[in-house]
Design a protein around this ligand. Structure first.
Ligand code: DX5
Ligand code: ZN
Length: 220
């Protein structure tokens, strides 16, 4: 699956920018609060408006403090998947349960330097694991390949039937780096600048998808 991130889109024309990625599997929406990360983007009112103008399942990536307070609102609004950060809460299970109770899939995200071992046990409460391959906060950064060990480890648990979840990667994904991520067993690839930085974003989405499919077929 390919999930273009609208962080790299033109914020003055978001409805058009959603039309430009027709065929994407998910649309990735980065919510930042200038507290958990040193940047500010958009929040629930914008997400509510975006949901009215697209049928693409929305993947909300909450880079915010206090997800227990805010995450369920995105699920209630109609987001398909709501991901929050492991580093932002002491009670990830409760947040995941609240998101699911409000009707969305629940995702857990880990920053590049956050180990996955302490969270393996609770991943059964989640539908998505979002492995950050850049420091959260900004688009256009370089891919950190060392995080792929986390993706591999979790994908192995999925393959043996111990977990059921989508392994998603976010940050620095482009036509080159998607190869290593696909080899590591990633299911869903977020790409911001690599999609919106091209003249035909929908064609780029398809090209990324074909590349990932080819790698997966070769390593199967
Ligand atoms: C970064 C965001 C990403 C960002 C990725 O904090 O979570 O979703 O949009 O942008 P690229 O693909 O340009 O690295
Ligand atoms: Zn993101």
């Amino acid at each position: 699956m390919i999930a273009p991130s609208i962080l790299s889109a033109d914020f003055a024309h978001l409805a058009d920018e959603l039309k430009a990625i027709e065929g994407a599997d998910w649309v990735h929406v980065d919510v930042m609060d200038n507290h958990f990360v040193p940047n500010l983007t958009l929040g629930l009112p914008v997400v509510q408006s975006l949901l009215k103008v697209t049928d693409i399942p929305m993947d909300c990536h909450l880079m915010i403090a206090n997800p227990e307070r805010w995450a369920p609102g995105y699920a209630e609004a109609g987001a398909y998947n709501v991901t929050f950060h492991a580093e932002a809460t002491d009670n990830p299970i409760a947040v995941a349960r609240d998101i699911r109770a409000a009707g969305a899939k629940a995702g857990l995200s880990v920053k590049p330097n956050t180990p996955i071992e302490p969270y393996l046990e609770i991943l059964r409460e989640f539908d998505t694991l979002l492995v950050m391959s850049v420091e959260p906060g900004f688009g256009g950064q370089s891919f950190i390949a060392s995080v792929l060990d986390k993706a591999k480890q979790v994908r192995r648990l999925v393959d043996v039937g111990e977990l059921r979840l989508v392994v998603e990667i976010d940050g620095g994904i482009n036509m080159d780096t998607i190869e290593q991520a696909a080899e590591a067993g990633v299911d869903c690839f977020v790409a911001g600048s690599a999609v919106y930085g091209t003249p035909d974003p929908a064609a780029t989405v398809e090209a990324l998808r074909q590349k990932a499919i080819a790698i997966e077929a070769a390593s199967a």
